[in-house]
Design a protein around this ligand. Structure first.
Ligand SMILES: *[C@@H]1O[C@H](CO)[C@@H](O)[C@H](O)[C@H]1NC(C)=O
Ligand SMILES: *[C@@H]1O[C@H](CO)[C@@H](O)[C@H](O)[C@H]1NC(C)=O
Ligand SMILES: *[C@@H]1O[C@H](CO)[C@@H](O)[C@H](O)[C@H]1NC(C)=O
Length: 420
């Protein structure tokens, strides 16, 4: 069940970010109050444990839950068992058995020539033409795969959309929120999703570099499609399929961009709350955007011509980062196969969710900003602001490392209350 949501439209016109906060704050006062309480409690707990570990002389970073740690894990196991008992295998619903490994070995992607002589097609610009002609091509061969990633005991799979040349960002993510570790007894594993270099880039060298990187870290999934903006939806569908083949036992997925800040401890706390509330079934939570209209400004990265889409968008999540349960991921995969690919990946997922009658839950801790532009404010550089959030868009690798260290610092004193 999701909280009733308000639209953003009345807020988005005001330029100051602070106004946006106030706008949202009013509407979501209840959530804000409970969140503040939650974080206050968290901070207190953190203090108590720090004292405790000082006495024992052990440094126990990231563990401020004592015996509660394993109890969250037990609750998750119980909830997963319960859910699979009551629903059986979702994939059986479509009567299509999943293969046991990635079984796409050739690119089967010829242009759909029946479209070319249609009038609406000829009105499109070349980028959209290319998209439309290859819209039916969904699954691609894998150049780098890690079938072993989910084997054993994995609780949260962190999945990061990246492109081949952004190794600095991946490095920063590995050192910060993408670190493979255990928090409150939950085991976190990380994967990066990549395509191949877009034409015009130094393909051979880039490929050799990324293979080297993968030999070092073993955390890259790469598919044989060109990594262009319009192909981001391919990352979505190929990953969903991959997850269903290899990761049936993993209860949670956090999906994010490689240029966001994620407060991993707060994310784990959120998982804890949703498990307690028995909300794993339809759990998909992030920066929900309602009633958005397609952008008709041709200069925008998100421009969509009327020929392609002429309605309001269904509720969708800003793709900077969101959390979902594996049950939602499984159902998304099943339903995605009957939804035509759309050039904006976030919106595509929204279309799939709509078919499942799931409204993604809005959580104020997710500041991904989606496709709606907002002003940059000094607040975006304020560690106390980050400490209370889960996901913040958009940081350069150096900023991410710096902010991570500031926020992790337990000495950080937040005199000025930065409210949500
Ligand atoms: C198991 O699932 C049912 C509904 O599917 C729910 O009512 C019940 O509370 C769940 N039990 C646990 C322990 O999660
Ligand atoms: C090609 O385009 C036509 C017209 O839009 C569509 O009906 C048909 O299903 C497409 N073919 C494939 C293989 O997707
Ligand atoms: C998407 O990737 C495929 C395979 O590499 C390529 O043929 C196609 O042109 C790409 N589409 C777009 C819109 O970039």
């Amino acid at each position: 069940m999701t909280t009733p949501l308000a639209t953003r439209t009345d807020c988005s016109l005001r330029s100051a970010c602070v106004m946006e906060f106030l706008c949202r704050k009013k509407r979501n006062l209840r959530t804000a109050v409970s969140l503040t309480l939650i974080f206050a409690t968290l901070l207190m707990l953190q203090k108590l444990i720090t004292v405790d570990t000082n006495i024992k002389g052990i440094k126990m970073k990231n563990k401020f839950c004592g015996t509660e740690c394993s109890s969250l894990k037990r609750k998750i196991i119980k909830a997963v068992e319960n859910s699979s008992q009551s629903h059986g295998n979702d994939l059986a619903l479509v009567g299509k058995p999943m293969p046991t490994e990635w079984d796409v070995s050739r690119i089967k992607c010829s242009e759909n020539s029946t479209i070319t002589n249609q009038a609406w097609f000829r009105r499109l610009n070349p980028k959209f033409r290319e998209f439309v002609l290859k819209r039916h091509c969904r699954y691609f061969p894998m150049l780098l795969n890690h079938p072993e990633k989910c084997s054993g005991d994995v609780d949260v799979l962190v999945v990061v959309k990246s492109v081949i040349e952004e190794h600095d960002r991946r490095e920063a993510v590995r050192q910060t929120w993408g670190k493979e570790q255990e928090i409150q007894g939950l085991k976190i594993k990380t994967l990066f999703l990549l395509g191949t270099p877009a034409t015009g880039k130094d393909e051979r060298n880039l490929q050799a570099l990324v293979q080297y990187e993968d030999r070092t870290y073993g955390d890259i999934l790469q598919w044989d499609f060109m990594d262009t903006f319009f192909n981001l939806t391919l990352k979505e569908v190929n990953f969903l399929r991959w997850f269903n083949i290899y990761c049936s036992g993993v209860p949670f997925i956090f999906k994010g961009d490689d240029d966001v800040f994620v407060h991993t401890n707060n994310l784990i706390e959120l998982i804890g709350f949703r498990v307690e509330e028995n909300k794993m079934e339809n759990l998909i939570v992030g920066d929900t955007i309602l009633e958005a209209k397609p952008i008709r400004n041709r200069q925008s990265k998100y421009f969509i011509p009327k020929e392609l889409y002429d309605k309001r968008y269904p509720p969708y999540l800003g793709g900077g980062g969101f959390l979902m349960s594996s049950r939602v991921a499984r159902r998304l995969f099943v339903v995605s196969e009957s939804v035509e690919l759309y050039p904006i990946d976030d919106v595509f997922l929204g279309m799939c969710l709509q078919k499942l009658h799931i409204v993604p839950e809005l959580h104020l801790g997710f500041r991904t900003f989606g496709i709606i532009k907002r002003k940059v404010t000094p607040l975006n550089r304020e560690p106390c602001f980050f400490r209370n959030l889960i996901v913040v868009h958009k940081l350069m690798p150096q900023e991410l490392l710096h902010m991570w260290n500031l926020v992790q610092n337990e000495e950080l004193i937040c005199a000025r209350q930065v409210v949500l």
